[in-house]
Design a protein around this ligand. Structure first.
Ligand code: SF4
Ligand code: SF4
Length: 396
């Protein structure tokens, strides 16, 4: 079942090519602050272009500094070598002023494709921040209209908000499985489920897959032994190996993995934690629950609703970022977290500095164990990471 999410992600480029041939506008983006609803309402197809390919980094380093985060370097490397089909098929790009590295890289990407950069306010509660972000939504709608999109109507936007909320509700149902003693799937698997959302031409496929997954998992949760994780239904079509200490340990500490986004190809910390015998029950990054744990308001003005919903996303580029600590407290409580691993991509200053506040809250306020890991996409540090993570899991 999980493999179907992976297969659909692999086939998405074929669907995208077909849609493009039919004249649809393909919009590439790099961030959770860019509302898919708005792109859909403009008749576009949103695709995430965040790079997770280590091989692409060398090409990027011919232009970009080496001490830049791997996510930016990989994204730029894929673009400049034209080796990512999703970048290749993108008609236009929408960037955003989240971190300095991305902001300046969008100037370079703008040399390759028509690019609009949304000016994100850093303090969501500052006077005028909401109005300023709302104006940015209108500006990006105009940009899409200039490049083949349709004019966004209130009705179309409201309708798209309802569809995305429906997806969020279904993802929340899947997520609920992680509250139990023995979740019926792992977060390594959940990364595949979450990722497919970012590459879809036809969302009805995703809605149907989520319904089927929920049905399967509802059956799985009824099984209370460790065999639930390796039962035939999931394991026969499971792209994530379930063997190793995690599958046999009678008592597995419950972990939250927070920090910078990861993908099924850059999830080495998550994998090492599960191989060390921990159970990852929560992942609150943009690759995890952060983008779907809330719903956008379906009543009232859809532009204002979307502006507020997106501005409340607790990324470390926000300052202050009290929403992230609220999310942390909620996640620890709801998923009965016993330890937190904070993953920071090398040279990501915003998340790296914010770790001081986050780690202090985990240790001093919540009384939990905390481990911070700075790493990149390579496997060079895997031996050393394994030792640290095993010691951390042991300490729980
Ligand atoms: S972590 Fe921040 S910059 Fe990165 S995708 Fe999420 S919101 Fe955007
Ligand atoms: S991981 Fe950090 S440095 Fe990299 S793109 Fe995201 S916010 Fe920017």
């Amino acid at each position: 079942m999980i493999a179907e999410f992976d297969e659909h992600a692999n086939w998405a480029q074929v669907d995208l090519k077909r849609a493009k041939d039919e004249g649809r506008l393909v919009v590439g983006l790099y961030c959770g602050y860019i509302p898919f609803e708005l792109i859909r309402a403009a008749g576009g197809i949103p695709v995430s272009l965040c790079g997770d390919d280590q091989e692409a980094i060398a090409a990027a380093e011919a232009t970009l500094p080496r001490n830049l985060c791997p996510l930016i370097k990989s994204s730029y490397g894929l673009a400049v070598t034209d080796t990512c089909p999703f970048f290749h098929f993108s008609d236009i790009l929408i960037g955003e002023t989240t971190c300095d590295g991305k902001k300046k890289t969008f100037e370079l990407l703008g040399l390759l494709k028509p690019t609009h950069v949304m000016q994100l306010p850093y303090d969501r509660n500052a006077p005028g921040a909401g109005a300023s972000w709302l104006a940015e939504l209108r500006r990006v709608a105009a940009f899409m209209a200039e490049h083949g999109g349709v004019a966004v109507t209130d009705d179309a936007l409201s309708s798209e908000i309802r569809v995305e909320n429906e997806i969020r509700r279904k993802l929340q149902r899947v997520l609920a499985g992680f509250r139990g003693d023995v979740p019926p799937l792992t977060w390594q698997q959940m990364l595949y489920v979450r990722r497919l959302h970012d590459f879809l031409v036809d969302r009805s496929v995703y809605l149907e897959l989520l319904d089927r997954l929920t049905t399967v998992l509802d059956g799985e949760t009824a099984v209370t032994s460790e065999t639930a994780v390796t039962s035939e239904t999931l394991a026969t079509a499971n792209p994530v190996a379930m063997a190793g200490p995690a599958a046999v340990s009678p008592r597995r500490p419950r972990l939250l993995i927070t920090g910078t986004p990861m993908s099924p190809d850059t999830n080495k910390v998550m994998r090492l934690a599960e191989e060390a015998g921990a159970r990852v029950v929560a992942h609150d990054a943009c690759s995890g629950s952060k983008t779907f744990d809330r719903l956008a308001d379906e009543a009232g003005d859809p532009w204002e609703s979307l502006a507020r919903f997106t501005l409340d996303l607790p990324c470390a580029c926000m300052s202050p970022n009290e929403n992230r600590l609220d999310l942390l407290r909620r996640t620890v409580r709801d998923f009965r977290v016993e330890g937190v691993i904070d993953v920071v991509w090398q040279a990501c200053h915003t998340f790296n500095v914010e770790s001081a506040v986050l780690g202090g809250t985990v240790r001093d306020e919540l009384g939990l164990h905390y481990l911070k890991i700075e790493t990149d996409y390579s496997t060079a540090d895997e031996g050393q990471l394994r030792t640290r993570i095993e010691a951390f899991v042991e300490s729980l």
